[in-house]
Write a protein that binds this ligand. Structure first.
Ligand code: ATP
Ligand code: MG
Length: 391
């Protein structure tokens, strides 16, 4: 069996601690899934999942602090210390899938059976964190080395059982930069996505966007004919180009890049029917409407947007939309950062003889705009500007 070097610290130490307890009690136990894949690829690992022969009740008995997150499926979280949590799942075989989403039941099983229920071969490797042994029952090691996404077992059957696997296959191909093996690709293209909940679809899209692989995910979804199931009416060309230029960015910006070919109203309509937080519903259509118009806005209004802490994504998204303007956007953003708040306020204008009322508001705004766009800096210049607008 192949052996690899396993880090000593961080999540790996937690995983090793849990496995040592399980093994001392006589239960075969492994690190499984994404952590093994990412370790072998040299990618960062921030979460460890353990697969074990111990039934959930036994896991609860062996550790003083546990949370039964999915006991019916054999999943228990072991809490070693605050912030040190490890998910422990009993080896299981899934029962029949009848709704394209969930098995009718599970039965506890062997390690060999457990890996057969996993979606992709690269996600089905087992690792002993104590001696670095890899157990590979599905050919995942060769697929990792060759950069191939392949369903475990019969691709059409496996993707049909749980249709979310269609999007998972595309996401892993995009994020890892892998190709999709032929039979898996055929299943990805053929299997329809009816019945997959919006929550799970949006979560997959979000993971692809957050890993900076939005452009690749967009192109792959379009090539497989799956894009319309995620965002009806979306033109993949401009979405992918803007995502590519944007790279890693906050979710509001990547979502704006994904949705911008639909226009602000189209994006609003799509977000309205998604399980999206209120901040996305507010910020994403605003970004799509504001970013292309940024350069044409009056200087004061533009600088106001750039100074607003709620708009950290505006310059990134606007620059990805129009890379020729990226330099000037950056200069405007620097100016907004340097200026801070206008040193004079309403009280200063009243003291300088302005009368209370709507004209005071206009004068104040004009003065603040002049401060923000750099056209007035000293108190005299600011008061002069305010007087011009109060007439
Ligand atoms: P990441 O967390 O980076 O998305 P991961 O591989 O850890 O990647 P999870 O969704 O956390 O993915 O799932 C952990 C493991 O559980 C996977 O590696 C895979 O073996 C299995 N798995 C997850 N979802 C499914 C599914 N829908 N069908 C079959 N197996 C799955
Ligand atoms: Mg994971």
């Amino acid at each position: 069996m192949e052996r690899v070097a396993v880090p000593h610290d961080g999540v790996w130490a937690d995983g090793r601690a849990v496995i040592s307890v399980l093994r001392a009690a006589g239960h075969e136990s492994w690190i499984a899934g994404g952590a093994v894949r990412d370790l072998l690829l040299g990618r960062a690992v921030d979460e460890i999942d353990i697969a074990t022969a111990a039934p959930p009740e036994e896991v609860e008995r062996l550790f003083p602090r546990t949370v039964a997150v999915g006991k019916a499926f054999g999943v228990v979280v072991v809490v070693l210390a605050p912030g040190h949590e490890v998910e422990v799942a009993t080896f299981r075989a899934d029962g029949l899938y009848i709704d394209g989403r969930r098995p009718t039941g599970v039965r506890f099983a062997s390690a060999q059976e457990d890996v057969q229920r996993r979606d992709l071969t690269v996600n089905a490797l087992l690792l002993d964190p104590c001696d670095g042994t890899i157990a590979d029952h599905v050919g995942g090691r060769a697929d990792l080395a060759a950069g191939v996404v392949r369903a475990v077992g019969d691709a059409a059957a496996r993707l049909g059982e749980d249709r979310l696997r269609v999007l998972r296959a595309l996401r892993f191909a995009a994020v890892l930069g892998f190709t999709v093996e032929t039979a898996t690709w055929q299943a990805v293209c053929a299997c329809d996505l009816t019945g997959v909940s919006r929550e799970r679809v949006v979560a997959e899209l979000g993971k692809a966007l957050d890993s900076g692989a939005g452009a690749a995910f967009c192109r792959l979804c379009a090539a497989a004919g799956r894009l319309q199931a995620i965002t009806p009416g979306l033109d993949p060309g401009p979405a992918a180009s803007v995502l590519e230029r944007l790279g890693l960015a906050p979710r509001e910006a990547t979502l704006a890049a994904w949705l911008h070919p639909l226009g602000a109203e189209g994006a609003r309509a799509w977000l309205q029917v998604q399980p999206a937080p209120a901040s996305w519903r507010r910020d994403v259509p605003w970004l799509i409407a504001t970013a292309p118009a940024l350069a044409a806005l009056p200087a004061g209004a533009r600088q106001r947007h750039l100074q607003d802490q709620r708009n950290p994504s505006l310059v990134a998204f606007a620059s990805a939309l129009d890379p020729d303007k990226a330099d000037i956007y950056r200069q405007w953003q620097d100016l907004a950062g340097k200026r801070g708040r206008c040193p004079l306020g309403a009280a200063d204008l009243l003291q300088a003889g302005f009368a209370p009322g709507p004209q005071l508001g206009q004068a104040l705004r004009a003065m603040e705009d002049a401060w923000l766009d750099g056209s007035a800096s000293s108190p005299e210049e600011l008061l002069h500007c305010a007087r011009q607008h109060a007439r």
